[in-house]
Design a protein around this ligand. Structure first.
Ligand code: SAM
Ligand code: DTB
Ligand code: SF4
Length: 340
């Protein structure tokens, strides 16, 4: 059998799965069943399919680097059950006011010198008030002027705020769906799923790129993971960037209380989640996001094979650790990966 024939041999999936996604003008609609059927494939079949599609749309040896900075830390009014920055949980995170613009610019310069192409500024807010947004607009302008792509994650946006960010030079806005809709209320009660969709709509409406993903490893079932990915894959257009976070269990959060630091997700299931995101959103950047510090190199390498082509780069995420730059450089060297 020729290689082309081998690649186009249909994988037996019980439910109809779109096969013409590359050519479709609009993203194919993915049912939860179809997404779950991907999860249920034998590992090698899933990986082959993800890697094949990945190569059609991306250079498999290049990975985009984003550096995160927490510009306002802790003391958040929300009750997200995974988050160390919620004021109501006792996690040991020290509250810090909004950083000075100059300090943010210094951190961005360092990120650029280390090789990052995007700088993501995160704030522990339910959403920004106008007096909060004004200094953030300055940060965006100055970081953009350094020649970096800019990203912010500031919580829910009100009417007009996305336009202000876009005008200041913001390239991406990160706002995650986090879970499947039906389990969302078990994790967060202070805002609902529709609030998140409304913010994403505002970001799109202002003409910015959408960065939207979720968290796995919170004790959800495979069907619920499929539900999250189906939601993301049915956003139209697809988010340009899809962060897949592996829950970082922080003591003091309700999810740590519930899971007691136990790994509830096998590494194969995390890799499967990346592969399924790649297959259902073929042109998006899929980011291997939080949780890398707890992952060995082999698992990370499998994630790149599954189609992850972006990481958070730099020794800190927002409040928790991330692999050192030197360690990531060494891993990239072993894998022959170069930064985008
Ligand atoms: N406060 C804003 C908001 O919630 O939209 C922006 C910052 S918030 C920390 C951004 C995202 O980080 C969350 O939506 C969640 O997906 C992720 N996140 C937070 N804590 C996490 C954890 N312990 N493990 C994995 N991901 C986490
Ligand atoms: C995203 O999806 N993951 C990042 C970013 N967007 C803002 C945040 C991860 C946070 C992990 C926990 C912490 O460091 O506080
Ligand atoms: Fe606040 Fe964002 Fe953390 Fe939720 S995820 S508690 S909104 S900082």
């Amino acid at each position: 059998m020729s290689q082309t024939a081998a690649l186009s041999t249909p994988v037996p999936i019980p439910i109809s799965v779109p096969t013409s996604w590359q050519k479709a003008a609009k993203p194919a609609a993915w049912s939860r069943d179809a997404v779950e059927a991907l999860f249920n494939l034998p590992f090698a079949d899933l990986m082959h399919r993800a890697q094949t599609l990945h190569r059609e749309h991306h250079d498999p040896n290049r990975v985009q680097l984003s550096t995160l900075l927490s510009i306002k830390t802790g003391g958040c009014s929300e009750d997200c059950g995974y988050c160390p920055q919620a004021a109501r949980y006792h996690t040991g995170v020290e509250n810090e006011d909004l950083m000075d613009v100059a300090a943010v610019v210094s951190a961005a310069k360092l990120a650029k010198a280390n090789g990052a192409s995007r700088f993501c500024m995160g704030a522990a807010w339910r959403g920004p008030k106008q007096r909060d947004l004004d200094p953030v607009l300055d940060m965006v302008r100055e970081v953009k002027a350094l020649g970096l792509e800019t990203c912010c994650t500031l919580g829910m946006l009100k009417e007009g705020q996305a336009e202000q960010l876009k005008t200041a030079g913001l390239d991406y806005y990160n706002h995650n769906l986090d879970t499947a809709p039906e389990v969302y209320g078990d994790i967060i009660t202070t805002r609902d799923y529709q609030d998140r969709l409304d913010t994403l709509e505002r970001v799109r409406g202002a003409g910015m790129n959408v960065c939207c993903g979720g968290i796995v490893g919170m004790g959800e079932s495979r069907n619920e993971r499929a539900g999250l990915i189906a939601q993301l894959a049915n956003l139209d257009p697809h988010p340009e960037s899809v962060p897949i976070n592996y829950l970082v269990q922080v003591e003091g959060t309700p999810l740590h209380e519930k899971l007691q630091g136990e790994k509830v997700l096998d590494w194969t299931e995390f890799v499967r989640s990346i592969a399924v995101a790649r297959i259902t959103m073929p042109t998006s950047f899929v980011r291997l996001s939080a949780g890398r510090q707890e992952m060995n190199e082999a698992t990370q390498a499998m994630c790149f094979l599954a189609g992850a082509n972006s990481i958070f780069y730099g020794e800190k995420l927002l409040t928790t650790g991330n692999p050192d730059v030197d360690r990531d450089r060494a891993l990239f060297g072993k894998l022959g990966i170069t930064p985008l």
